[in-house]
Design a protein around this ligand. Structure first.
Ligand SMILES: [Zn+2]
Length: 160
């Protein structure tokens, strides 16, 4: 993914803001570790915590993922890593939703892409309401975006 110099600067700004802001524990990242220190060290904007891994953005606009207990295993998750495209979209979605100057990173639904059959486009898995969870504890196959790219929808989710 190629991003503008301005957008790269905006990501750096968001990282600096994250590192110096003590009110950021409300995002989806696990607060047990000192993520501000990690964010500063790796120069990465953390966005999602998932099974001991943190997903975020580097200043080139790439999605990165690292085990929280092993920072040197940080990996760039590009479009060739097919299994992780849903999570990659979620990273861009959250970056755009939580940081107004990163709105350009919002994944766009094309005319061809179907609304998610599970959540009917809301991004909230209905099972949460069935169980009585107020928060989105159980994720949806669309990773909260409310839609799936046509190709992925057909190949991964509807394959028989
Ligand atoms: Zn969904």
């Amino acid at each position: 993914m190629k991003i503008s110099k301005k957008l790269s600067e905006n990501i750096q700004f968001a990282i600096n803001e994250y590192v110096s802001d003590f009110e950021t524990d409300s995002n989806e990242v696990t607060p047990i570790y000192d993520l501000r220190k990690i964010s500063k060290e790796l120069n990465v904007l953390p966005l999602v915590g998932d099974f001991g891994h943190i997903w975020g953005l580097n200043i080139s606009g790439e999605t990165v993922c690292f085990p929280i207990e092993n920072l040197e295993e940080i990996e760039i998750i590009d479009e060739t890593k097919l299994r992780f495209q849903g999570m990659r979209r979620r990273v861009y979605f959250l970056a755009a939703r939580e940081y107004s100057n990163l709105i350009d990173l919002m994944p766009r639904q094309s005319n061809e892409d179907n609304d998610c059959s599970e959540c009917k486009g809301t991004g909230r898995n209905p099972i949460n309401d069935e169980i009585g969870f107020e928060q989105n504890r159980i994720g949806c196959k669309c990773f909260g975006l409310g839609w799936l790219p046509k190709q992925e929808d057909e190949t991964i989710w509807n394959s028989k």
